[in-house]
Design a protein around this ligand. Structure first.
Ligand SMILES: NC(=O)N[C@@H](CC(=O)O)C(=O)O
Ligand SMILES: [Zn+2]
Ligand SMILES: [Zn+2]
Length: 350
């Protein structure tokens, strides 16, 4: 990490950003999540881990219609994702791709995270699907953790890279792959050493926090997400990657709301809510690293470039005007506790 002179900049105007990894959920929750995501994000990659998951073209498109019906602000565009299972067919990939509205497909290793039970049990099971994706140019998004209970939870990302990712990138060199929400130096190195077809999203919370924030001096369930926060050396590697100016790393919040009582529980759900202040939280992390000038590329340029989409043409302006995050926000008739609840965030979007 760099230690530069204190920053005195008080406004920052950048190309409108997009969120390349977000959970909007469904039903009553949509009016709240869609309001937050569409405040200033131009587009977002909408994760398909619903109950039941969006495993085919029809379910993904009807989910898209429900998002649009929830009344997004501005010209927000949801980019849909197919949830891959062991049974997904290559024909389904071609059908989804042909709609022009489904831009990627997602691998959840079965059992790895929230609503992943119908996920993929072995990469080999979906090799024909990956062939089809490579052929039509559909992106593969991966939750990169092994699920083997004998592997320590803090090592599951690294073991996934070493035992599974190596083969996928070797066997599908032309397939565009996004390693989602990376959390380790190992993942940064993997992406940097891979071809230009391999990129990664990084969340704001993995830039701002490490496992001490979650576990030292009391257990704080709102920091619990998957892949789990790692030690600070990994956090620093993520900060270096995000602020490096490399086009391989871009913004994906992984904002993943769960009701307050489902987080503050004996067995709490994994997921952190950051959509109330996504860009503002990234701005804090980049400012702390003395790299506010690198925020625009990360938030607004490298994502669309990797997806082969046009960059947004308008701008948003961040102003330095501290505000206190509420203790909770309404979510589908219940409540979600956001990251930085009752704490001050330095930046706000005008
Ligand atoms: N990140 C999380 O901890 N949770 C996500 C699922 C995911 O992205 O793995 C969720 O849907 O709640
Ligand atoms: Zn995930
Ligand atoms: Zn996610």
């Amino acid at each position: 990490m760099t230690n530069k002179a204190p920053n005195t900049q008080s406004t920052l105007t950048i190309t409108r950003p997009d969120d390349w990894h977000v959970h909007l959920r469904d039903g009553d929750q949509l009016k709240d999540t869609v309001r937050d995501i569409s405040r200033y994000m131009g587009r977002a990659i909408i994760m398909p881990n619903l109950v039941p998951p969006a495993i085919c073209t029809e379910t993904a498109l009807s989910y898209r219609a429900r998002i649009m019906a929830a009344g997004p602000q501005g010209s927000f565009e949801p980019l849909m994702v197919l949830y891959l299972t062991d049974k997904t067919s290559p024909e389904e990939i071609k059908k989804a791709h042909a709609t022009g509205k489904i831009v990627a497909a997602k691998v959840y290793p079965a059992g790895a995270t929230t609503n992943s039970d119908s996920g993929v049990t072995s990469m080999k099971n979906i090799y024909p699907v990956l062939e089809a994706m490579q052929e039509v140019g559909m992106l593969l998004l991966i939750h990169g953790e092994v699920t083997d209970s004998s592997i320590d939870i803090f090592d599951r990302e690294k073991v996934f890279l070493d035992t599974i990712m190596v083969d996928v990138v070797k066997d599908f060199p032309e397939l565009k792959i996004v390693l989602e929400h990376i959390t380790t130096k190992d993942a940064v190195d993997f992406v940097n050493n891979a071809s230009e077809n391999v990129a990664a999203t990084i969340t704001a919370h993995h830039l701002l926090y490490n496992r001490n924030h979650m576990l030292a001096g009391g257990i704080r369930p709102h920091y619990y997400c998957l892949p789990i926060l790692k030690r600070n050396t990994h956090q620093h590697a993520l900060i270096d990657a995000a602020t490096s100016g490399s086009k391989k790393f871009f913004l994906g919040t992984d904002s993943a709301p769960h009701y307050k009582d489902k987080k503050e529980a004996a067995c709490g759900c994994a997921g952190a809510y950051t959509a109330h202040a996504a860009l503002e939280l990234y701005a804090e992390a980049f400012e702390d690293a003395g790299a506010l000038d690198k925020l625009e590329g990360f938030a607004s340029h490298y994502g669309p470039d990797f997806y082969g989409l046009a960059r947004n043409t308008d701008t948003v302006t961040l102003i330095k005007q501290p505000w206190t995050v509420p203790a909770s926000y309404p979510l589908g008739g219940d409540h979600v506790v956001p990251i930085k609840a009752e704490s001050v965030i330095e930046w706000q979007v005008k």
